[in-house]
Design a protein around this ligand. Structure first.
Ligand SMILES: Cc1ncc(COP(=O)(O)O)c(C=O)c1O
Length: 425
């Protein structure tokens, strides 16, 4: 099987880094163990710049705990590039969401609206404070929260709406924000997927009272485990610092604003180590190159799979024209659950790991505990059909060509194979 793409999306000149190659800008560490040598994983961490040097610097600086020089560099870079409120690095996106839930002072019985098609942390953080989840179905095109259903779910107890920009494609923020403002409800952007994506030109993560980011190793910009809370509503900034520092005013003490620090509120240990922040800074200072490289990978999938998809009744991601996507993942929607499972097995036989995504929360054992029998048919159906292809910063052209060819060799059915049918949207 040839491992070259016939017409790969060309590498723009802007990516040419002297002496570093172009497409292979992303250096990666060989995995230390396991797996056939030619297996293509779903994800692999890549070293794109000075990550290793910066971690060594953190050790040399004698500052490996949190809020050291690399934490400040990451926070400043993110705030500057996003033009957002203050950014606080945290140990994960999950923990940033927990901070948001604490900041809202939720009381037992308060309701939080959340898309059913998301990761557990999007709602678990609020349930931990006693809130009741109210699951909302998703749009068939972007798999984001269906804003047309929102109004019907708002009650006097609704305190927050969590929006998830799935795959780094923006939710319909104008409608959501207008509704939330009218009802005095906080909006939290779970932007685990969408760093540097935009909605009508506005950066994702700058529109809600809070936004959260993930730097887990599967994300576009990573440091193993890590996250951030962006505090766009100034009234929460001081308390956010305190909750993040175990309920103490230690941040003020470090700035010389108080002569000792003490316990002033609830809180927990949400500060990211400067070792991780060093790694993260190595990635963030190359964010433009990473984004462009991921755009190339995404476009190569789209370009080379579109005819196959149409022939086989497979749908590809839809990106509304007003959304500048973050190129977080590339998925296919197979015609049925059975076909999706067959596809995953077919790819596995070719040594390629492809994976499904969320199991809708409303149908999970925990999600059912609130006794609401709300159906979310779009999420159920899309969740059954969706499969994600390998997508990581150091995915080589040759490996991507293998993924594309293996995909093209999967015929959904002999009937569809020879009939041009429109993709199932
Ligand atoms: C939408 C969403 N929110 C939150 C998280 C949790 O991120 P973290 O692993 O940084 O806690 C994830 C993880 O993949 C996610 O997909």
């Amino acid at each position: 099987m040839s491992t070259n793409l016939k017409n790969p999306i060309p590498t723009p000149a802007a990516w040419r880094v002297p002496g570093r190659g172009t497409v292979n800008l992303m250096r990666h560490l060989e995995p230390a163990s396991s797996g056939p040598r030619n297996a293509i994983p779903f994800n692999r961490i890549a070293v794109v710049g000075n990550e290793m040097e910066y971690m060594a610097d953190a050790v040399r600086n004698g500052h490996c705990s949190g809020d050291g020089p690399f934490t400040r560099k990451c926070q400043d870079l993110l705030r500057r590039e996003l033009n957002s409120g203050p950014v606080l690095l945290t140990t994960s996106c999950t923990h940033a969401l927990e901070m948001a839930a604490m900041l809202l002072d939720l009381q037992p019985g308060d309701e939080v609206i959340v898309p059913t098609y998301t990761f557990v942390s999007s709602i678990n953080a609020f349930v931990l404070r006693g809130a009741k989840p109210v699951f909302i179905d998703v749009r068939p095109d972007t798999l984001n929260l269906d804003e047309t259903l929102l109004e019907g779910l708002i009650t006097p107890r609704t305190r927050a709406i969590v929006v998830v920009h799935y795959a780094g494609v923006a939710c319909e923020m104008d409608t959501i924000l207008a509704l939330a403002n009218r009802h005095g409800i906080a909006v939290i952007e779970d932007n685990a997927h969408g760093l540097f994506g935009t909605y009508k030109g506005r950066p994702l993560g700058t529109m809600g009272a809070f936004a959260t980011l993930s730097f887990h190793e599967t994300k576009n910009y990573a440091c193993g485990e890590g996250g951030a809370l962006i505090v766009n509503d100034p009234k929460y900034v001081d308390r956010a610092e305190i909750l993040r520092e175990k309920g103490t005013n230690r941040s003020r003490f470090f700035r010389g604003e108080v002569d000792k620090y003490t316990w002033v509120d609830i809180g927990s240990s949400y500060v990211l180590s400067d070792l991780n922040a060093g790694y993260l800074y190595g990635q963030l200072e190359k964010f433009r190159e990473i984004r462009q490289n991921r755009e190339r990978i995404w476009e190569n999938y789209r370009y080379h799979l579109q005819d196959w998809a149409v022939r086989n009744g497979v749908a590809m991601p839809q990106i509304p024209s007003h959304c500048g996507q973050a190129f977080h993942l590339f998925y296919l929607l197979l015609p049925s659950l059975a076909k999706r499972q067959e596809f995953i097995a077919h790819m596995k036989a070719a040594g390629i790991k492809s994976v499904f995504h969320y199991v809708p929360l409303h149908s999970s054992p925990m999600g059912k505990q609130w006794g609401e029998d709300r159906s979310c048919p779009v999420a159920d159906e899309r969740s059954d059909r969706l499969v994600r292809l390998p997508f990581y910063n150091c995915l080589s052209e040759a490996d991507q060509a293998r993924v594309i060819l293996a995909t093209q060799q999967f015929a959904v059915s002999s009937r569809l194979r020879h009939t041009r049918s429109s993709a199932v949207a």
